[in-house]
Design a protein around this ligand. Sequence first.
Ligand code: HPA
Length: 281
Amino acid sequence: MQVGFQPDKKNRGLFMELTVKYIKDKTKNFKPELAIVLGSGLGDFADEFDSVALPYSEIPGFHKSEVQGHKGRLIFAEISGKKVVIMQGRYHFYEGYSMQTATYPIKVMKKLGVKTLILTNAAGSIRSDFTPGDLMFITDHINNMGSNPLIGANDETLGTRFPDMSEVYKKDLIEKAEKAAKELNINYQKGIYVATTGPSYETPAEIQAYKTWGASAVGMSTVPEAIVANYCGIKVMGISCLTNYAAGVSNSPLNHQEVIDTAARVKNNFKKLLLKLIEVI
Ligand code: HPA
């Protein structure tokens, strides 16, 4: 049994109305155009802005997020003249949430008026010519999670039953990110992200297989959110912080502390890039 609420078709709209009303009341009808999901290690990005912060545990329809290094708050702030909503911590499939529950906040963003979403994450590098600490702009993804967040009755007010996925990660956003990274003198890579459910890391054999599929990075998030955002007509940009070599790419065993440590090491560059992106997107 997966935890997380799964309103039936009849009640779903009602839940969404409650969530959106709560947020609008608490934020004095703030209308974000841009959304950012902060991955491992980036959690404090939002701390320095004057903002309204709503803990997930207090938002109707949201769940408490439990992962180490994540705070679990929705932050509303005006940054460089842009109205931004930031997810400080996300829901993961491996926590036991259904994909539908894990991506509920993306649908809420759509209802709040969000047009563009920047998804960030920590990921393992499948390529030996990339270096832990590099940022990678996601050009496409492979969903190897064995499920899809759009399974279930379709809500036609959000999107179509069989959405096209030929350009989820928008080229114009990647170009803007490349330009921003060059201006800031930040090294970057581009590549395909493959998502696994986790929470166990991959075996070297799995990583070899993903390599033959064309993947450059592997992680346990982002793809469900990207699928739902694309379905809702939200433009997606994805940025991975390559925190480690994936299993078998180097000789060392993997551990979560390495992920946290590398993410912390490149945090400042990542923040600079995000700030610039907020400005130019
Ligand atoms: N595999 C899966 N998820 C990850 C990794 C990895 O090597 N590093 C950070 N998140």
